[in-house]
Design a binder for this molecule. Structure first.
Ligand SMILES: Cc1cc2nc3c(=O)[nH]c(=O)nc-3n(C[C@H](O)[C@H](O)[C@H](O)COP(=O)(O)OP(=O)(O)OC[C@H]3O[C@@H](n4cnc5c(N)ncnc54)[C@H](O)[C@@H]3O)c2cc1C
Length: 471
């Protein structure tokens, strides 16, 4: 026999679809495809399921702990429906009491989420948030690269915009810490177009920064990674191959072959369910189109610590403070209460990103713990000095995530290559939270992008099956 055509030497696909990445997006894609009768496999580089959601149920005293994504937003409808369908239950995250700001040496309280409007910088802070929302509306989330001023906005950084539009140093510092903690990057690193798009696709800056509503509304009892774990249980843990880092992909119209060292698998379609930065570590044959290749090469991840201190009681709530804190000075942290009703210790969670991450990383773990606790003492009193448990997760050091919490874009990326976030390349589909139209950056975006890729593939599988039947 003559094996003289490529088709004739191509082995039959092992499965209909292989999903690369067992984060929430890949897991949601796998479930959607499995539910529609497709055969699926999920391959995951790490030795655990969950990606940027990472739960230890026995790992810490006081209750399950989330080292990664955790908060569920009020409008995270796809995530809520998926988690609930898997038997998970939610609990509201917000605590009663005043929010706290540390600005220009002062510890300021904000009852009902409102800073005192008589403080000199507050009117400008409020008007600047409104201006940001207006800019976000003008860019939109659907096709930000096609918005009227896309090229001009993508040639500027957020820092330029802050310098041009904001007088007060305090207000610029507040915006800086907001960008640090939401994107893990500094305003001077982030394209203004990207920031406006991000604010738009997450329903506005108030929604992003809400300390008891908006994006920070609720949690799953037991931890966020359970969404992916339960999907694996439902469709079969044997369908999830761990410690299977894909390093090479060969693709053509007949299917896709994946390689991990000497191992290989073949599928009709694949879903790349990870950030552009993670996908950039995979070699493609033939090479990806320029727009996708450029996107992957030029869209980094933020730099990020998640820090958690646990105490015998929520002494801050007893004193009338919600635990929410925005510190523009010592550490540059966004802090939230993380205590669930079933926990036996109370938790404060801090997020540190961008140049604050860089400053923080230059210290020893002991110095970092001291500095963090000093800040909590300044905000909530001496009881904060002595936690029962302290933990920091350095996401920048995570081998497969390579950063956190999300992807950001410097100037010149979104306007030129943004469409490649979502467009498939032949049999290669892209999911991961970055591919979502809305709530990109969040677990919700991961679920939406995974389900969308799954729907597109299911349609294609059905079309080819029907074509086969007709022949
Ligand atoms: C500290 C932190 C706090 C956050 N807080 C929140 C929050 O409160 N609420 C919220 O909604 N979101 C939050 N997020 C963001 C949220 O966690 C992510 O948006 C979401 O989990 C992304 O899911 P994903 O499946 O798209 O990507 P990932 O979870 O990154 O999944 C990608 C998977 O691909 C794997 N992978 C990478 N390379 C390869 C390869 N070559 N071969 C095979 N597998 C590979 C990775 O190991 C990973 O498992 C937070 C993130 C962090 C880091």
């Amino acid at each position: 026999t003559h094996l003289n055509t490529y088709e004739s030497v191509t082995p039959d696909p092992d499965v209909d679809v292989i999903i690369i990445g067992a984060g929430i997006s890949g897991s949601a894609a796998a479930k959607a495809l499995h539910d529609q009768g497709a055969s699926v496999l999920v391959v995951e580089a790490n030795d655990r399921i969950g990606g940027r959601t990472w739960t230890e149920q026995e790992g810490a005293p006081g209750g399950p702990i989330d080292y990664g994504g955790m908060f569920i937003g009020e409008t995270h409808t796809h995530l809520i429906e998926l988690g609930t369908s898997l038997g998970l239950e939610m609990t509201p995250s917000g605590k009663p009491g005043d929010d706290t700001y540390i600005v220009a040496g002062n510890v300021l309280r904000a009852p009902d989420d409102q800073l005192d409007p008589n403080l000199p910088f507050v009117p400008e802070f409020l008007s600047s948030l409104k201006a940001l929302d207006e800019l976000a509306d003008s860019v939109g989330w659907d096709q930000p690269w096609a918005s009227p001023n896309a090229a001009a906005l993508d040639s500027k950084t957020v820092a330029t915009w802050l310098a041009e539009t904001i007088e007060s140093e305090e207000v610029r510092r507040l915006h800086t810490v907001i960008v640090n903690t939401l994107l893990g990057a500094d305003p001077y690193e982030v394209s203004l177009l990207y920031w406006a798009y991000y604010v738009s696709e997450c329903e506005g800056i108030q929604s992003l920064m809400g300390t008891r509503d908006g994006a920070q509304w609720a949690w799953w009892f037991g931890g966020a990674a359970q969404v992916s774990w339960r999907i694996a249980d439902a469709i079969g843990r044997d369908k999830f191959l761990l410690e299977w880092p894909v390093d090479r992909i060969e693709h053509d119209e007949s299917g896709v072959t994946l390689f991990s060292g000497q191992r290989s698998l073949r599928a009709r379609h694949i879903v790349i369910a990870m950030s552009p930065l993670a996908a950039n570590q995979i070699r493609f044959e033939p090479a990806l189109p320029t727009s996708r290749a450029q996107l992957q090469a030029r869209a980094p991840m933020g730099r990020y610590y998640k820090v958690q201190a646990r105490y015998p009681s929520s002494f801050w709530v007893e004193q009338g403070y919600s635990g929410a804190l925005l510190d523009t000075e010592d550490v540059g942290v966004f802090l939230l209460d993380g205590t669930k009703p079933t926990d036996t210790l109370a938790t404060l969670i801090g997020f540190i990103g961008g140049s604050n991450y860089d400053r923080w990383a230059a210290h020893t773990p002991q110095e970092r713990e001291r500095a963090f606790l000093d800040l909590l003492v300044k905000a909530f009193g001496p009881q904060a000095a002595d936690p029962s448990y302290f933990h920091e997760t350095d996401w920048t050091q995570q081998e497969w995530a390579k950063g956190g919490p999300v992807t950001y874009m410097p100037p010149g990326v979104l306007a030129n290559f943004g469409a490649a976030l979502r467009d498939p390349v032949g049999k290669v589909h892209f999911a991961g939270t970055e591919a979502s139209f809305q709530w990109s950056g969040y677990m919700e975006g991961g679920v939406r992008a995974g389900q969308k890729a799954a729907a597109a593939i299911a349609e294609e599988l059905e079309r080819t099956a029907n074509k086969g039947a007709l022949v």
